[in-house]
Design a protein around this ligand. Structure first.
Ligand SMILES: NC(=O)c1ccc[n+]([C@@H]2O[C@H](COP(=O)([O-])OP(=O)(O)OC[C@H]3O[C@@H](n4cnc5c(N)ncnc54)[C@H](OP(=O)(O)O)[C@@H]3O)[C@@H](O)[C@H]2O)c1
Length: 333
């Protein structure tokens, strides 16, 4: 499995990383995963050379972190744990963000909530340190903590050895620069797929130029780009994939356009002897500035499929052709 540096940290992480949001279960993903299976999945990822495991307290209200912790028992040194802070639900501190599973979740990068979050994460993960600690979302009004205060707290956690490196997620370029002005930020995590290319305008070139690692998420568009979500697949109304505001590509008319695009790549599947998932992951990894692709994975067969994308080197003309097809598709209707 290929590895690339996590920014200037000196830490090398697999370019294909395991995303564990789905393992947190809950209504978001319309399923209640079997934790024993999830543990096997994470351990198999390590066996396949995937050492970067992305999780968050918010994924299943601590469940994803707990499962990751159990999976890494006895194998902690083989994994890089990337978890997050800044989504808070224990009391009213912070600013309301969204309801998940019918419960309110706040955004908070207050030092007093961060101090509690780090201890909760270390306990759930069964470890004494986190390799990459990422601010899940920037703070927002009305309880908007100044970035320098949040960073002072994160730098203190780093000096105490509780975290090795600091990363951010879901920030604008201005916000990224604000964080960087207060201390070293080794990585930026954001939504990026061939259907959602906003990061190409500023974040990706900036990160490439400044040696900030990029962890792309939803690069498979939550399964749509694997070709397995046909026109007949119905998601429950409260599932994330029914949320048109968040992912409009799942609406029937958009889905049909995406499926037509994917069907037109049959010759590429033959040429590279690969699956659509592998083709899409390899395309994502080939984009300028992209260093690590987070692949949310529910089953062992999906894991085996996605891990093999690491071996796939697409010719530049094919990368261009796929980009052109995605550009023709344009924005979701
Ligand atoms: N920082 C943030 O704000 C943020 C936000 C979103 C995600 N993330 C991170 O990024 C990771 C990836 O994002 P994501 O999980 O939302 O989306 P994703 O990786 O685009 O899609 C994951 C889903 O795609 C399907 N899938 C994956 N591999 C497949 C394969 N080989 N064949 C068929 N289907 C396959 C599975 O769907 P089924 O469930 O239907 O099997 C899986 O649950 C997350 O797990 C999380 O770690 C971070």
């Amino acid at each position: 499995m290929k590895q690339l540096p996590l920014g200037k940290s000196g830490i090398n992480a697999s370019t294909i990383a395991l995303g564990t949001w789905v393992l947190g279960g809950g209504t978001t993903w319309g399923d209640n995963p079997d934790d024993a299976e999830s543990i096997r999945l994470i351990q198999t990822a390590l066996d396949l050379g995937i050492n970067l495991i992305d999780t968050a307290p918010a994924y299943g209200w601590g469940r994803s972190e707990t499962v990751v912790g159990k999976a890494l028992k006895g194998r902690r040194d083989q994994a890089l744990i990337a978890t997050k802070c800044g989504l808070w639900w224990e009391d009213k501190r912070g600013s309301f963000f969204a309801d998940f599973d019918g419960k309110p979740m706040n955004r908070s990068l207050r030092p007093d909530t961060l101090q509690i979050e780090i201890e909760n994460s270390l306990r759930r993960l069964g470890t004494d340190h986190i390799d990459l600690y990422q601010a899940h979302w920037p703070a927002m009004p009305p309880d908007k903590t100044p970035v320098e205060d949040s960073m002072a707290c994160l730098l203190k956690l780093r000096s105490e050895g509780k975290i090795r490196e600091i990363g951010v997620c879901n920030v604008s370029l201005d916000e990224l620069q604000e964080f960087r002005a207060c201390g070293t930020i080794v990585s930026d995590q954001f939504r990026y797929s061939m259907l959602c290319r906003d990061a190409e305008a500023d974040i990706l070139p900036f990160c490439a130029e400044n040696h900030v690692a990029t962890l792309t998420y939803m690069s498979l568009e939550q399964g749509l780009l694997t070709g397995k979500v046909g026109m007949d697949r119905v998601f429950r109304a409260d599932e994330f994939r029914s949320n048109d505001a968040w992912n409009p590509w799942f609406t029937p008319s958009n889905r049909s356009r995406v499926l037509t695009m994917l069907e037109n790549w049959q010759d590429l599947l033959v040429k590279y002897d690969c699956t659509l998932s592998q083709l899409v992951i390899a395309w994502t990894a080939a984009q300028p500035g992209v260093t690590h692709v987070l692949c949310g994975t529910r089953t062992l067969s999906q894991l085996a499929d996605n891990a093999k994308a690491d071996e796939l080197a697409l010719e530049a003309t094919d990368v261009q052709r796929m980009r052109a097809d995605a550009v023709v598709l344009g924005a979701p209707a």
